[in-house]
Ligand binder design. Structure first.
Ligand SMILES: CC(C)(COP(=O)(O)OP(=O)(O)OC[C@H]1O[C@@H](n2cnc3c(N)ncnc32)[C@H](O)[C@@H]1OP(=O)(O)O)[C@@H](O)C(=O)NCCC(=O)NCCS
Length: 188
């Protein structure tokens, strides 16, 4: 059971503007997303090799989910330009869901703490504005950068399970981040 979400809000961080994903973002996604560095640790449901209409097809699904209030999709933009450089998603709260947030970023921008910033803004929105009690989060065990972002947020490892990735079968780490753990880390 999930409660439909409000419209996706604009979130601002020190260096980023997270704005709702729009159909006009398709060309940027089609240009940035189909890179091995971006897709290798993602779910095996991502088509690979990535088709020429991959971003357009996926966009239809995203906008449908967003319109139904099932999921938030933000375009990650760097202040000074409105162009999409990555994406971050958040599902409506569902106690059964084990994979509540997803993200990817243009490899040209990796290693600067940008997705940490984006994930912190989205997580704060989930806990403080929407009042989620917890988030279950996942990543391939091999995806150290993604795991580190969760660890820095106060998530604790819950369990490991087999999972299919674009790069083949592997294991995924499931993490639990509670509202209490998140709030305890925030400045008063
Ligand atoms: C995961 C991803 C979004 C991270 O974006 P990013 O902006 O580079 O991440 P940040 O710089 O905010 O933080 C990464 C953290 O991981 C650490 N890290 C990066 N590579 C690492 C590695 N190989 N081993 C250990 N830690 C690593 C960084 O040092 C940083 O931690 P720190 O702040 O303690 O130094 C980016 O790598 C990406 O788009 N990957 C492809 C898509 C993907 O895998 N998405 C996640 C699916 S679960």
């Amino acid at each position: 059971m999930t409660v439909p979400l409000p419209p996706t809000p604009v979130l601002e961080t020190e260096r980023l503007i997270l704005r709702p994903l729009e159909a006009r973002d398709v060309p940027a996604i089609q240009r940035i997303f189909p890179q091995w560095e971006v897709v290798k640790h993602l779910h095996a449901t991502v088509p690979w090799p990535y088709p020429d209409d991959g971003a357009a097809t996926n966009m239809v699904q995203c906008l449908e989910d967003q319109a139904k209030g099932l999921k938030f999709y933000w375009a990650v933009t760097v202040k000074g330009s409105d162009e999409l450089r990555g994406r971050i998603d958040l599902w409506a709260f569902d106690p059964e869901r084990r994979d509540s947030r997803g993200f990817w970023l243009d490899p040209l921008l990796h290693g600067q703490g940008l997705m940490t910033e984006a994930a912190d803004a989205v997580t704060d929105y989930a806990f403080r504005t929407l009042g989620y009690p917890w988030l279950y989060l996942t990543n391939s065990i091999a995806n150290r950068a993604s795991g580190r972002i969760k660890e820095k947020q106060g998530a604790v490892p819950a369990y490991v399970e087999p999972h299919g990735f674009v790069s083949g079968p592997g294991e995924r780490q499931v993490w639990l981040l509670t509202r209490e753990a998140w709030l305890a880390r925030q400045p008063v």
